[in-house]
Write a protein that binds this ligand. Structure first.
Ligand code: FES
Length: 113
């Protein structure tokens, strides 16, 4: 069963089902992680730094790479809403922010669109 460790003020270690995104793992277990666009790969506020176990995450698709590039973010950044836990252990850090992100005015993509 995949495991994700959030390394912040205190470490939170969570076991999740295969294919769970880092964002969903965080939200389901009360770990605060911004997600202004609702997980639609358009805001980058769910960014995390992958400290260990990047090989245990899903491959980055072009849409995620484009968002990271547009915010000038490089490896080891990943988008929490896009990176899925496939197995083993992944250790991440949620970057500190001095301010909350601005609200996203883009409507969410309808399910099944
Ligand atoms: S929540 Fe917006 S890009 Fe992940």
């Amino acid at each position: 069963m995949p495991k994700v460790v959030f390394r912040d003020k205190k470490a939170v270690s969570i076991e999740v089902g295969q294919g769970t995104s880092i964002l969903d793992a965080a939200l389901e277990h009360g770990v605060p992680l911004y997600h202004t666009c609702g997980g639609n790969c358009s805001c980058s506020t769910c960014r995390v730094l992958v400290l260990k176990g990047a090989e245990n995450l899903s491959a980055m698709d072009p849409a995620e790479a484009q968002i990271l590039d547009s915010f000038d973010l490089r490896a080891p950044h990943r988008l929490g809403c896009q990176a899925q836990l496939l197995g083993g252990e992944v250790e991440v850090e949620i970057p500190l922010r001095s301010r909350e992100p601005r609200p996203n005015k883009t409507p969410p993509v309808p399910k099944g669109a």
